[in-house]
Design a protein around this ligand. Sequence first.
Ligand code: ADP
Ligand code: MG
Length: 243
Amino acid sequence: MVSILGTILNHVLTYWKACEMIQVHQISFSYDELSVLEKVSFRVERGEFVFLVGPSGSGKTTLLRLLYADLVPIGGDLSVAGQPLAELNKINLPYFRQKIGLVFQDFKLLTDKTVKENLALPQKLIGTAPRLLKDNVNELLHQMGLSHHQNARPAEISGNERRKLAIARAIINKPLLLLADAPTEGLDLRLSLEIMALLDALNFQGMTIFVATADRKLAEKCNKRIIELRDGAIHWDPSSPSI
Ligand code: ADP
Ligand code: MG
């Protein structure tokens, strides 16, 4: 009887852990002498939409870089999309990265490629069949209102269109988790809300969304969970499960 209960408990525990998209436990990070994060802990469940807010320089980009294993913490451990990051190696890193969509603060679009080519690249990298690739690219161009700019280069479209292209490129391979770094920076409220509505629609389809922003007011307007980073630590996370 005890062993059956133990097995059931084990299954429940495994399922519960699998439900978590991000587990950050007591992580610390420094750039040489500069300590940026100190014993930061939080969890994000699958399907959540979470804002990471904090003033400029509070460590939001650094935290995102830790989450997609671009940086390694000096202490603590973290697990993203079911992958303990300490166990990443050359073989499983590409598979891990495929589960995550990244919207960079500076977009990182390929300036010498067209809008369409920028969007097609992630699909080519995972070996999508040409016909399916074409359909996926056209569908997303249409969804983002970028069809008429498909042959333009990033410099020839507006800042907001570049942002939409960066989001489209991040989601074309249908990641489990979208990490977006300051996706509304420099936009007025109307355009910011337009971008947020876009992210909300992706969340509605099941994608977990994690947005870093210095714009706390915008985050509050969106009525989602907010984690606040201040002086290298979590300052405010009212809906956090106990760690
Ligand atoms: P945020 O995204 O919240 O503005 P960052 O994570 O970019 O904050 O930066 C946190 C701190 O780390 C800042 O003091 C910044 O100057 C510093 N920093 C960021 N990137 C580097 C780097 N590559 N080398 C050294 N210091 C850095
Ligand atoms: Mg930043």
